[in-house]
Design a protein. Sequence first.
Length: 130
Amino acid sequence: MFHGLISNVALLPFSDEAFDVVVAFHILEHLLDEDVSKTVAEIKRVLRPGGRAYVRTFSSEDMRFGAGEEVGKDTFVRGDRIVQRYFSMNELSDLFDAFEKESLEKQVIVKRFDGGPHKRVTLNGVFLRT
């Protein structure tokens, strides 16, 4: 039986300025547009001044971009009912405009399957709460 905390990332059950670090790896891309900005605001709220948000999300250059039914800007629902939003570098940077950007990089990994190379592309950012 699971006894952990279940929460909505757009409404975190933590007090203001409770953390020095927030890690949001492959979280933002599974949210619809209205919850993405709410979640970034929650990340800022729960971080102490000087705290860092480590963020990883899939890029709009990823091999799966466009797969599934389009339900919003660069957002698709695949057959397995998973929401998948893809970001550009500018979009991710703009989402965290209330933070100081320490780094934002694109990472490309080439995988071979189905007879050819395919690119998995992620955006990795570190944002400082001022």
